[in-house]
Design a protein around this ligand. Structure first.
Ligand code: TXA
Ligand code: MG
Length: 503
């Protein structure tokens, strides 16, 4: 049975997911820009930009009354068949409502409609990867540039086999990575079966990005529908990726349930990882494993698996099985021709960006900032940025700060008390008010990653007593190891500048 949630649905989500998920649905700026002809848009710079962006984006040819279908992970089980459990997965669902919801979503997918799905990384905007009409709708519903290929999500290895050319053999390296990280946040580029997979999914590239998500709801829908699902992150292009069904609902309806771009959002709770999958290319450059996008599986974890399986090339050693690892942003230098190279189309776009101006703060003793001198303390940096802002708009400024509990930065700017539900009590100054959003405990980099996109959205859109912030300062992770590399990659794409501070 389908269930249409009454308006407003924020309280329902609050009960189910905890008090973080009651953000108001109507983002006033998005709402105005989405439903207003371009010439009527307000003259403020960001609204004009937003309206331009929206105008170019366009809706799919029809609108939907978007329904949210809540599913509980505990009711979903996978039963492996064949020689190995990942080869042919069957899904078992215990209760009738869940079966009905999966059936409804599956029916929509078989009829070229889109369904937003939870994954362990971020929510995805899914359509049948083998259906060019559905894939076209993904691009228009997101406003996605036409040269940015989609990742295809599978529920078992049989689907992987069907997406690749019949003669394709998995390399030992790919085999080891699949055994270690699937289902999970790792995307592998494989050669594409050109007769099976429409060219529009991969934007004409010879390779296809494939991953097996570990979120039970995503995997259950794939297995139930028996369809490989093309799914980019379910945000409107350029916005921070969605990590709750609420974020998706806001982007895909603009706050008006009857003007949705998609018929269903499957709600599987907040995403565990909070940043997208790691994208790995082991086929374009022989002897190399290229990490094109850092993500939920860390570079160190990949090294550890290859080392254990003796698949890392050492020095000048040549072996057909072994690889040298190259990491985008490290060995594969940023800003080089790689930014616009077609093997990493997504990396050249400005992503993850809210309307507010985002500024990354890096402490002077941070690995990447050692040589910088004459730096100011955080208080002075914020005041300087506030003054700059006031030159353009002469008014009191709302400033957001995303930082870790107990860090030197937090202690200086917000004090040592404990934030409630991730939010600090505001600090009032003459020219500005400072609103703190907690990135979690100093010792949990994974928690900072988990909260990053939600923090950007919360401070950008306003939330329970917090106004929409004009400037958002984000504390950099301590280093670029582990999930810190993915955090840095995403925040550098959202930020308009990085400022080194004396700490
Ligand atoms: O965690 C994730 O990967 C999420 C969830 C929904 O699975 N999906 C996601 O998709 O982040 P998207 O479309 O937002 O980002 C996909 C990235 C883009 O940077 C794209 O350029 C790259 O993967 N990509 C996809 N296919 C590719 C290909 N054949 N060659 C090179 N890069 C590819
Ligand atoms: Mg994305």
């Amino acid at each position: 049975m389908s269930r249409s949630l009454p308006w407003p649905r924020s309280l329902l989500l609050e009960n189910r997911c905890g008090l973080r998920y009651s953000i108001p649905k109507v983002h006033p700026k998005a709402q105005r820009a989405l439903h207003m002809p371009l010439h009527e848009a307000s003259s403020s710079r960001s609204e004009r930009l937003r309206a331009l962006h929206d105008d170019r984006r366009g809706y799919p040819e029809r609108l939907y009354t978007t329904e949210i279908l809540p599913l509980n992970n505990a009711n979903i089980r996978f039963v492996g068949e064949g020689e190995e459990p990942l080869f042919e997965a069957e899904v078992e669902v215990e209760d009738k409502t869940h079966t009905d919801f999966l059936e409804q979503a599956s029916h929509a997918l078989h009829n070229s409609h889109l369904v937003a799905i939870p994954t362990e990384t971020v929510y995805g905007l899914a359509g049948n990867a083998l259906d060019p009409d559905a894939v076209g709708k993904i691009f228009s519903a997101k406003g996605r540039p036409a040269d940015n290929p989609l990742i295809v999500h599978i529920s078992d290895k049989r689907m992987l086999r069907d997406l690749c050319p019949p003669n394709f053999q998995l390399s030992a390296v790919y085999g080891a990575l699949i055994d270690a990280f699937w289902p999970g946040p790792l995307t592998l580029l494989v050669p594409s079966n050109e007769t099976q997979v429409p060219s529009v999914v991969r934007c004409g590239l010879p390779t296809l990005g494939v991953r097996m998500p570990s979120h039970p709801v995503a995997r259950a829908l794939i297995a139930h529908s028996k369809l490989p699902l093309a799914a980019p992150s379910a945000n409107v292009s350029g916005r921070p990726s969605p990590t709750t069904s609420d974020h998706v609902y806001s982007d895909m309806t603009g706050g008006d349930q009857s003007k949705g771009r998609i018929p269903y959002v499957l709600d599987g709770g907040p995403c565990r990882v909070g940043l997208e999958s790691t994208v790995v290319d082991g086929i374009t450059a022989p002897g190399q494993l290229r990490i094109l996008r850092p993500g939920g599986v860390s570079v160190e974890e990949i090294y550890a698996v290859l080392e254990k399986e003796d698949l890392l090339a050492q020095g000048s050693e040549t072996s057909p099985q072994k690889v040298e690892v190259q990491v985008y942003g490290k060995e594969l230098v940023r800003d080089s021709s790689l930014e616009s190279n077609p093997t990493t189309p997504g990396m050249k776009y400005k992503h993850y960006s809210p309307d507010a101006t985002v500024i990354l703060l890096i402490a002077r003793n941070h690995g990447t900032a050692k040589s910088v001198e004459n730096v100011k303390g955080p208080q002075d940096v914020i005041e300087e940025q506030v003054r700059c802002f006031q030159k353009e708009e002469n008014r009191h400024v709302n400033v957001g700060l995303m930082s870790k509990d107990g860090s030197a930065l937090t202690m200086q700017l917000l004090g040592s008390s404990i934030p409630t539900a991730r939010l600090w009590s505001p600090v009032q100054k003459d020219r500005y008010s400072l609103y703190g959003y907690s990135l979690g405990d100093l010792s949990s980099p994974g928690e900072a990653a988990h909260r990053l996109f939600d923090g950007l959205r919360t401070l950008d859109e306003g939330f329970m007593g917090i106004p929409r912030c004009d400037l958002i300062f984000v504390e950099a992770p301590d280093d670029d190891s582990g999930v810190g590399l993915a955090f840095l990659n995403r925040i550098q794409k959202a930020a308009s500048q990085t400022i080194v501070i004396a700490m």
